[in-house]
Write a protein that binds this ligand. Structure first.
Ligand code: ZN
Length: 83
């Protein structure tokens, strides 16, 4: 079996950082990106949504994907909604 990538102490720090990120970036990620017309790539949106999801903020994760999906304008785009 492979060595664990992180020590238990490092995992505690990672969890703490994710919680801090969720608290301080939720407004930017769910409102300001669209206000300033910032488009995320599909991978960026998924990564951001995943951070909110693991931090327990499913609503923010959903909003990130919903806002991002508005910028996916090609049928081949991952989040394309055909609007
Ligand atoms: Zn997308």
């Amino acid at each position: 079996m492979d060595e664990p990538k992180y020590t238990p102490e490092e995992i505690v720090e990672i969890v703490r950082a994710v919680e801090t990120f969720e608290r301080h970036f939720v407004e930017i990620a769910t409102t300001l990106l669209s206000v300033y017309d910032c488009a995320l790539t599909c991978d960026e949106a998924e990564a951001l949504a995943e951070l909110f999801r693991v931090a327990g903020n499913e609503e923010a994760a959903k909003l990130v994907i919903e806002e991002h999906a508005k910028t996916d304008d090609e049928p081949s785009d991952l989040h394309y909604e055909g609007v």
